[in-house]
Design a binder for this molecule. Structure first.
Ligand code: P1T
Length: 390
């Protein structure tokens, strides 16, 4: 079977891309790509690696299948799979920047990404400015002669703020700056940043792509050959690669991305509407609600709103803690994007590494709660929230 990446639908690509059965002589025709655990690959001639494979850090058949599948899903020419989202991010930064270069970043980002920028890369001479990227003009105003990269999440973590990817990409292209979009929250099923003008997409594949909270991983997807070669070179040189077994788990998970995300979104919208009229809730943030300030942008640049929502509970941080600890179906845990519902308090958990003044300034209050809505029965999720809020 030969797969035409251009004409197949998303769900077909999620199942088949990168995993065409091998019918060569002596091959078995596996429908599912095998887990190639071998760390090294024998060759008959000194200068001729077998099938291009030498050593698993450089290239592994199971990881390659995943990289091809993820590239097909993001409409990208190239894909690379890493041992975590942060490993993917670090490798992109090390590949595309030099000390002295300046990054313009969205002020609302995953706490671990901010920690990577502020506590690690800033020590090596990288300069970082944070702006509210919901306002495209603030992004342009922050660009300086040494700016090399703009880094955004859309929707952002945990405030679900959107950036206009197409408008920002016009600005970055005008200034010769690389636009990186972290597409973790929507996955390529709901948003394709490369089609909107971004240069590089990164993912924590730990989340929706893996989908089952059992595999840590990251991915980089892009169209530009020169950038791809630089990032691939660094991926091998640094060694932050996804293992063959984790590649297999991710391949297995991503096949159901389309059906999972439809259900995540259906449940999330239901809960967002339920919370919007609850007397103990002061504010609900979900791009699928008309009350979201960027609902129209969400409709224009995405094909769905995702499964994550945040809300503010009335009262104090102790009320918020009590609520979180009373839930039975929602697990009180960091992370998102798995089939099971998770709940957390960003100020004390995922964004605890962001300074309190910064959290206050951007709106991560002590009573802001983030939900990753799973694909359980909606009645059970609502009953759980209802009893805990009561
Ligand atoms: O955890 P890791 O696979 O290294 O990915 C980091 C990362 C990158 N980008 C975004 C948008 C993320 O949300 C994350 C990880 N986030 C969580 C663990 C969390 O609970 O928000």
């Amino acid at each position: 079977m030969s797969l035409n990446k251009e004409t197949f639908g998303f769900a077909t690509k999620a199942i088949h891309a990168g995993e065409e059965p091998d019918f060569r002589d002596g091959a078995t025709g596996d429908v599912v790509v095998p887990i190639h655990l071998s760390t090294t690959f024998a060759r008959k001639k000194v200068t001729e690696p077998t099938g291009g494979y030498e050593y698993t850090r450089s290239l592994n058949p199971t990881r390659k299948a995943l990289e091809e599948k993820l590239a097909a899903l993001e409409n990208a020419n190239y894909g690379l799979a890493f041992s975590s989202g942060l490993a993917a991010e670090s490798t992109v930064l090390l590949s595309l920047l030099n000390p002295g270069d300046h990054i313009v970043a969205f002020d609302d980002l995953y706490g671990g990404t901010k920690r990577l920028f502020n506590q690690v890369f800033s020590n090596f001479g990288f300069e970082i400015s944070y702006v509210d990227a919901t306002d495209t003009s603030l992004v342009e105003n922050a660009i300086k002669p040494n700016t090399k990269l703009v880094w955004i999440e859309s929707p952002s973590n945990p405030l679900l703020k959107l950036s206009d990817i197409k408008a920002i990409s016009k600005i970055t292209h005008k200034h010769g700056v690389v636009l990186v979009v972290d597409n973790t929250f929507l996955s390529p099923y709901f948003q394709k940043p490369l089609d909107l003008g971004a240069d590089v997409v990164v993912h924590s594949s730990t989340k929706y792509i893996g989908g089952h909270s059992d595999v840590l991983g990251g991915a980089v997807l892009l169209d530009d050959l020169a950038y791809y070669e630089r990032i691939q070179y660094h991926q091998n040189a640094i060694g932050a690669v996804l293992s063959p077994f984790d590649s297999y788990l991710t391949l297995r998970g991503v096949k159901t991305l389309a059906v999972r995300l439809e259900k995540h979104q259906q449940n999330a919208l239901h809960i967002a509407e339920y919370l919007s009229v609850h007397s103990k809730v002061s504010k609900v943030i979900y791009p699928g609600l008309e009350s979201h300030p960027q609902h129209e942008l969400a409709k224009a640049q995405t094909t769905g709103f995702g499964g994550v929502l945040s809300f503010e509970i009335k009262g104090t941080i102790d009320n918020a803690k009590q609520f979180l600890e009373k839930l039975n179906v929602f697990a009180l845990a960091e992370s998102l994007g798995g089939v099971e519902s998770l709940i957390e308090l960003p100020s004390l958990m995922t964004h605890a590494s962001v300074a309190k003044e910064v959290r206050d300034q951007i709106g991560i209050t002590d009573t802001l709660v983030r939900l990753s809505v799973g694909i359980e029965d909606i009645e059970d999720l609502i009953s759980d929230i209802e009893q805990a809020l009561a």
